[in-house]
Design a protein around this ligand. Structure first.
Ligand code: HEC
Length: 109
């Protein structure tokens, strides 16, 4: 990914901010998927003179946002939800997904 050199292979941060965990949620909890995508497309990849921002294909940015969201606990396969413009999802506020694992009720012995 074009972002790893500054944000870390696992988005843990480096030269740039961490894009996962507490840092991510502190900075982005009041925003939407669409805003995150817009921010990234308008500003990243970062460079001193700004010449690299917005240079990636939209589909690449979408993949990157998908990756960031997945790293932060969103389910895989949600890509369509914000690519499809009919979906209300681009306006959905980013919220930390609740871990459902423990609540699963399986009747198998
Ligand atoms: C050359 C280094 C560099 C590269 C490459 C880069 N970034 Fe950044 N990124 C930064 C810097 C510097 C900031 C400003 C915030 C900071 O001080 O960390 C930033 C900020 C961000 C933020 C906002 C973080 C926040 O919580 O406010 C996001 C999101 C982000 N970058 C995503 C990306 C993505 C996605 C890519 C790949 C397309 C990318 N960056 C590539 C250096 C970089």
């Amino acid at each position: 990914m074009n972002c790893a050199e500054c944000h870390g292979d696992n988005l843990e941060g480096g030269e740039g901010k961490a894009l996962s965990g507490t840092q991510f949620w502190t900075d982005w909890k009041e925003t939407t998927v669409g805003e995150l995508l817009t921010y990234i497309r308008a500003n990243m990849p970062f460079s001193e003179d700004g010449s690299l921002k917005g240079t990636l294909a939209t589909s690449t940015y979408v993949d990157i946002v998908t990756h960031i969201l997945q790293t932060n606990g969103f389910p895989a396969g949600m890509k369509w939800q914000f690519v499809d413009k009919k979906s209300p999802n681009p306006k959905k506020l980013l919220q930390k997904p609740k871990k459902k694992r423990k609540k699963k009720k399986k009747k198998n012995p």
